[in-house]
Design a protein around this ligand. Structure first.
Ligand SMILES: *[C@@H]1O[C@H](CO)[C@@H](O)[C@H](O)[C@H]1NC(C)=O
Ligand SMILES: *[C@@H]1O[C@H](CO)[C@@H](O)[C@H](O)[C@H]1NC(C)=O
Ligand SMILES: *[C@@H]1O[C@H](CO)[C@@H](O)[C@H](O)[C@H]1NC(C)=O
Length: 352
């Protein structure tokens, strides 16, 4: 019996394409993994991995454990950075909203960039802390330090982080597959690279003071990465000024070019997106929006967390909360402080 109707076949093809479409950041589902990964048999049970990622897991379990940690960092950092926005990064939390992130919106641009930065960040740091045996401290800078400074400590191994991190997180995008989703892949690869650029910019000089009673006459310095939340702030600014692009011929081949001002190529430090986002005011499973009902808003703020903007003009309900604080603190000679505990009632607001 070969009686599959054309429409059914089409629907099947569409389903397969859709599920392939959301492969690329599916590894973020690893954030839900609770067990410690120390056996190769665990690799095939892990959610969201494409075959080359599972292969990497089997060959380096230690690295896999670090990648699980990176997936948790992405989720936590994304949600913290967007706590004051209508879109609050809940798409990462509910796997069923991942298709929203694959549609090529501004939000997906941010998540791809943050994910690429986070995986390399976590690996680079793990080299420093000794959590990864296959790498160690980054190189000592070549230049001669200024007087009073000397190189020492253990640099974050950014190079190793970038090589191994991009190998893992870009591999779903580099898989050979003839599909019409080439444009999406280009967008995701570009934004991942923007994330790694932001990470490179976050490699700064860190120093420790030495000398008689903290006089700091000598400083030991190394190249260390800023915290991921700093990098996320940088990427959030890029998210706010992201450029809408189209895929069209530019010179010899098709490229992503800005939709409105199409006389220049895309800059390597700007996030790009293909499709405009919904306003995220109301719940829509189809669009991947959870809406802003019951979100906390700030009555005195004039930013994106203000009740007007957050609640989309629907209004808000007040409620009171009791917060405990340390108060009436007294200094006792020498050397301790005692405090009392005071309770204060504060009014807060949630969107209708
Ligand atoms: C693997 O991890 C589990 C859970 O942490 C632990 O109980 C077990 O002893 C570990 N096995 C090996 C071979 O290290
Ligand atoms: C995001 O907003 C939704 C809808 O109000 C809420 O249910 C969810 O808990 C929020 N997520 C975070 C991480 O704050
Ligand atoms: C509300 O916004 C104001 C002004 O930006 C700020 O000072 C205040 O801390 C915010 N309140 C809360 C509860 O976040």
């Amino acid at each position: 019996m070969t009686s599959a109707s054309p429409s059914r076949t089409l629907r099947l093809v569409a389903l397969v394409l859709l599920s392939q479409q959301c492969l690329a950041i599916r590894w973020l589902a690893l954030s839900q993994t609770t067990e410690h990964i120390n056996k190769t048999q665990q690799c095939k049970m892990l959610p969201g991995l494409v075959s080359s990622q599972a292969q990497l897991c089997r060959s380096n379990l230690e690295l896999m454990q670090v990648i699980v940690q990176a997936a948790r960092e992405v989720k936590k950092t994304c949600q913290k950075s967007f706590a004051d926005m209508r879109w609050n990064c809940s798409s990462i939390d509910a796997p069923k909203y991942l298709p929203d992130l694959e549609r090529g919106t501004r939000e997906s641009a941010f998540v791809y960039a943050l994910s690429a930065a986070a995986i390399s960040h976590t690996i680079a740091r793990a080299c420093t802390t000794g959590d990864l045996k296959l790498c160690s401290c980054g190189p000592t800078p070549g230049e001669i330090p200024e007087p009073g400074y000397r190189w020492g400590g253990c640099a974050d191994n950014l190079h190793y982080g970038l090589v191994v991190g991009s190998k893992f997180s870009d591999s779903p995008l580099k898989m050979k597959r003839k599909s019409g989703l080439h444009t999406n892949k280009l967008m995701h690869l570009h934004n991942s690279e923007v994330g790694r650029q932001a990470l490179k910019a976050a490699l700064v000089m860190k120093c420790k003071c030495h000398g008689v009673s903290g006089s700091c006459s000598i400083r030991t310095c190394w190249r260390g990465l800023q915290d991921l939340k700093e990098i996320a702030m940088d990427l959030k600014a890029k998210y706010l000024s992201a450029t809408k692009v189209v895929h069209r011929p530019m010179g010899m081949r098709k490229q992503l070019v800005p939709k409105d001002i199409d006389i220049r190529p895309v800059r390597e430090n700007e996030l790009v997106y293909l499709h405009s986002s919904p306003d995220f005011c109301t719940r829509s499973e189809k669009l991947g929006s959870v809406g802003t009902q019951d979100r906390q808003c700030n009555k005195t703020s004039s930013g994106s967390d203000s009740c007007d903007l957050m609640c989309c003009g629907r209004g808000y309900n007040p409620y009171t909360e009791t917060v405990a604080e340390r108060c009436h603190c007294k200094y006792h000679w020498c050397c301790y402080v005692t405090c009392k505990k005071c309770e204060r009632i504060v009014e807060r607001y949630v969107c209708k």
